[in-house]
Design a protein around this ligand. Structure first.
Ligand code: NAI
Length: 349
């Protein structure tokens, strides 16, 4: 049987640790490349048959053709989101798998951390007290109990978020094109149309995938429909928000605060140390100047449990592929939104 030789891109020390630990059971050859995957670095996968990208790696048609020419048979993402893969271009060329669930708790808990920090301004209090400034002027927050949270996307992460916010005593309204009314009844929240969610929510939190339909779902028009002083939290994908429109709404005080774990142009910056370099992205630089904007660099997933689950599932994906087993974590452009008949037989092609 062919042995897996894995080229892992955008590898950090924590990826090496978690994969080396999980790989003891499998013994695959894994090359850990620090580089991001793109058309210039794709040649690194020479002599491998599996590529393992992360969220800011580019898997467009140009890269796919290079990977195919180098003999890559499987792309197995270390993420749940797969918006960085051109699924149509890859179909029938290379199988694509992902980690559909590794810890919805990690992401939802991080979103809650952003909300609490922004509300009670702990990110600012930390710096004040370190400077022996014990004034609490300007740090006033609000009781979350009794306020309304709007949850956009009630999949795995959105549901954990609803549990957490319900625990805070918040009223929950949610929007999802595939509403699960039984679940809403059981949990005591209400599905509403998106416009109603915008009009009612004191906090809006994004947990939908990035698709053509959700690109810039938060834009000047949707912002204008929101309550004055709304808080926006995005742990989904950066391109869900038109950042320029958000900056305008922050300047006009329409939006009182924003917690952003993702940013639309994050791929050049996030996961890297730019502390001694110049940031040439003026939009990102402007965002970082607001005292009421908390940017974290895509760390929602970053818990020990999630890293271990990512490594385990990725290596299981590889094993299933080479053992010719049912590829339950396969994704393709056919099965993205519809019931894919071929998938039921085990593989999308
Ligand atoms: P999921 O697939 O379980 O749930 C997504 C939900 O969004 C589904 O219920 C779907 O029906 C809904 N949805 C689809 N289109 C929508 C729309 N137009 N409006 C509202 N809802 C819509 O996915 P999961 O695991 O909950 O993850 C959600 C997203 O979170 C991922 O797609 C990914 O982009 C992001 N994510 C971010 C991480 C981070 O580290 N910050 C880590 C993991 C995921």
């Amino acid at each position: 049987m062919e042995k897996a030789r894995v080229a892992m891109f955008d590898s950090k020390s924590y990826d090496v640790d978690s994969f080396q630990k999980a790989n003891k059971e499998y013994g695959y050859e894994i090359s850990f490349f620090k580089e991001n995957l793109n058309s210039e670095t794709a040649v690194l996968c020479q002599d491998h048959n599996v590529v393992c990208p992360f969220v800011n790696d580019t898997v467009d048609s140009e890269v796919i053709d290079i990977l195919k020419s180098k003999g890559i048979k499987l792309i197995t993402l270390r993420s749940a989101g797969y918006n960085n893969v051109d699924l149509k271009a890859v179909y029938k060329k290379i199988h694509v798998m992902h980690v559909p669930q590794y810890s919805p708790y990690a992401v939802a808990e991080h979103a809650a951390a952003l909300m609490l920090a922004l509300n009670r301004k702990t990110h600012r209090a930390f710096y004040r007290t370190r400077d022996s400034n014990f004034s609490i002027e300007g740090l006033i927050g609000f009781d979350m109990r009794g306020k309304t949270a709007g949850v956009i996307g009630t999949g795995k992460i959105g549901r954990v978020m609803i549990d957490i916010l319900t625990g805070f005593g918040m009223n929950i309204v949610a929007y999802d094109p595939y509403a699960d009314e039984d679940y809403a009844r059981e949990k005591g929240f209400k599905y509403v149309e998106i416009q109603e969610l915008y009009g009612k929510s004191d906090i809006i939190t994004l947990h939908c995938p990035l698709t053509k339909g959700t690109y810039h779902i938060i834009n000047s028009e949707s912002l204008s429909r929101m309550k004055d002083g709304v808080m926006i939290v995005n742990t989904g994908r950066g391109q869900l928000i038109d950042t320029r429109a958000l900056i305008k709404a922050l300047k006009e005080k329409k939006v009182s605060s924003a917690g952003l774990d993702v940013y639309e142009e994050e791929s050049e910056y996030f996961f890297e140390d730019f502390s001694s370099k110049v940031i040439s992205d003026d939009v990102l630089a402007r965002l970082l100047t607001f005292p009421n904007v908390l940017v974290t660099s895509h760390q929602g997933f970053f818990t020990r449990e999630a890293l271990n689950n990512i490594a385990d599932t990725t290596l299981q994906n590889i094993k299933k592929y080479f053992n010719d087993e049912y590829l339950d974590n396969e994704i393709c452009y056919r099965c993205e939104n519809t019931e894919c008949v071929k998938k039921k037989k085990g593989r999308c092609f």
